[in-house]
Design a protein around this ligand. Sequence first.
Ligand code: NAD
Length: 492
Amino acid sequence: NASSIEEPIKPTFHVDHTQLLIDGKFVDSASGKTFPTLDPRNGQVIAHVSEGQHEDVDRAVAAARKAFDHGPWPKMTAYERQRILLRAADLLEKHNNELATLETWDNGKPYEQAAEIEVPMLTRLIRYYAGWADKIHGLTVPADGPHQVHTLHEPIGVAGQIIPWNFPLLMFGWKVGPALACGNTIVLKTSEQTPLSALYAAKLFHEAGLPPGVLNIVSGFGPIAGAALASHMDVDKIAFTGSTATGKIILELAAKSNLKAATLELGGKSPFIVCEDADVDQAVELAHFALFFNQGQCCCAGSRTFVHESVYDEFVEKAKARALKRVVGDPFKSGVEQGPQIDSKQFEKILKYINSGVENGATLEAGGEKIGNKGFYIQPTVFSNVQDEMLIAKDEIFGPVQTILKFKEIDEVIRRANNSRFGLAAGIFTKSIDTANTLTRALRVGSVWVNCYDVFDATIPFGGYKMSGQGREKGEYSLKNYLQVKAVVTPL
Ligand code: NAD
């Protein structure tokens, strides 16, 4: 575990795309305002990015409306749309390393993770939804009476999309893939912490032949550009990924404006349950991955590690040893498992949670400190003897802090795992199919991983129960978010 971090490696890459993307062109914000996007390794400015204001959102929505009402996109054949999306996927693949560089620079995630997992997953996702473009169709309905009835599945119109900073490119793909396949036009607002990679990716979609106005990107701040988009009277749908607190605001803005449809992918505090029959070494490794992946900044992080009392002590010892071995360092360096946290605000928040864990009487087994004096690095931290009512067991910390809780009975762990306002995901580690089935049915969460964790694919739906969200993204389920159903009735 590094106690200091070396000088950051300088990417040999020039950041060219920092303006807003409206109607197929990169343009300044009307006010000329910019904001700095920072390198989490040292807090220094990577680039100044155009800051979208209310009037810029208006311009972007007008472009998207024009492209929807008069442009070729919703009207072209599904096969033509599919071919453009497939060309875009080819370009994303070709520019894998540039995209991964921007992602790591802006976000701080390990470059190998961005280059080998995330950008390829984005490419896969766009190909998957390209495949759907010509497979979206309605039904014939056997109505009672002398009528022929069928349904048309039509695009919803202008989709507003707001994404977070933890997986900027994947969140971009989860949103634009299905919306474009269904023939919608888009205004997407990136997170103010990570505006760069989506601008680059959107440029590639235009190179692939996407007509102007179909995909507009507005960088900017949540309460300004985000709120303008969510409350816009000419936006037909809002898809949001971010915190539960902001999700509530989005839903309120959508309701108070034009009652636009809303999909929400929100926070979590997911249980990872290690049963008495589990292989402890495998469970330790998987629980470590479930929590620490992406610096602990995953909505579905397995952030409550419940361990059966019979293997608890052994598990804690091994979890501690694994955390102490975790390689923290410059995310551009090969072999690094953990980079810095996204920014000073998150960094301070995580350190406060660590303090609260110590003050509330949990046992600090490993880590607990910041690393070095530059950037936002935090030691991989493990707490044992965590009780359900402690803040570290209830709140979404969104950092590299594993909390290990002890349980005795399956009924007890079901009750405790479900005793959360969140319901995003769960991990179950057991050799017994009966135990796995019992837990799977009882847990009120949108994803269950049995003897695995964080397995994602374009085909697998994702979303939350309870305050973790509304609706599902990915897979066939996501198409519903971007389609209207028209019933057509004709006398026989
Ligand atoms: P956040 O809610 O602070 O911000 C998310 C986005 O919303 C950003 O683009 C931000 O600018 C915008 N925003 C903020 N305030 C707004 C407002 N008043 N009106 C409109 N837009 C506004 O979340 P974050 O810190 O960027 O991301 C972390 C959160 O996202 C965590 O809670 C995490 O669990 C969640 N998340 C969920 C999923 C999922 O699929 N369920 C995936 C990734 C992240």
